[in-house]
Design a protein around this ligand. Sequence first.
Ligand SMILES: Nc1ncnc2c1ncn2[C@@H]1O[C@H](COP(=O)(O)OP(=O)(O)OP(=O)(O)O)[C@@H](O)[C@H]1O
Ligand SMILES: [Mg+2]
Length: 263
Amino acid sequence: MRDIIGAMLITPKRDNLNKIVILNPKGGCGKSTLATNIAACYARRGPQPAIMDYDPQGSTTAWLRRRPSELPAIHGIAAYKKSMHATRSWQLRVPDDTVNLIVDSPASISHDDLRELTRDSSSILVPVLPSSMDIDAASKCIADLLLVAKVNRNEGKLAVIANRTRKNTRSLGRLMRFLDSLGIPIVAVLRDSQNFIHAAENGVGLHEMQPSRVRADVEQIEKIVNWLDGWEARRKRALHITGIRRQPFSRIPMLRKPQVRSV
Ligand SMILES: Nc1ncnc2c1ncn2[C@@H]1O[C@H](COP(=O)(O)OP(=O)(O)OP(=O)(O)O)[C@@H](O)[C@H]1O
Ligand SMILES: [Mg+2]
């Protein structure tokens, strides 16, 4: 498999950093849609979140460029770009006052990249479309997370988002049974709606659109953010139950304050 991210990937490590990784090697399942909507929610609440974009298509970076300047700012890190003029760690630096870091991953990643991306993550979200082919791909993705990236299910940091669903379809039922058998929660069910497409086109999150139009969708995004907010409690519980320890703190590249720039 292609090594898109490459051996030079440097993942920020900081004990108080809420690193949310959104991944599923299946293309078009809603990774960037989820990343942008979660980031917009955190931006509204503050402090300013950061999005790290590993996808060579640069979808979240382009969304940030389209974002109206009057809306709460989000710090963008175009991790897919490799600069000749800066070290990789400088390129991937995270502002030191960032609390929430959202990582958007590319389609089809190698096992090494999977391990790198998920290292030090506090939550991993896997968006899944409810078609047979997508469910098969998601099963493989979840198996790789458990067996290759060694994500421990007891840590409770892995969850699925059912995306672009239509009510009561057989495939949605099948997806739910499959996840139930693994003990992995579906924290939200997003419907197939033009609202997501409009939000993406305009550089906004759903909750920044006309409320009467997006109420049902915003409710689901809020469910996701509520679940993400429980990351420290989940980690403490896992530590208590299984004795899982985080890797020791190590230095990460920090951004000096005057140089913080929002895209
Ligand atoms: N719930 C939804 N309803 C309608 N359209 C959606 C929904 N979720 C995502 N989309 C649309 O589906 C397309 C693919 O979504 P997105 O780019 O988020 O997927 P992705 O997993 O990031 O894709 P890639 O693997 O290529 O990076 C986009 O046009 C997006 O606007
Ligand atoms: Mg994408």
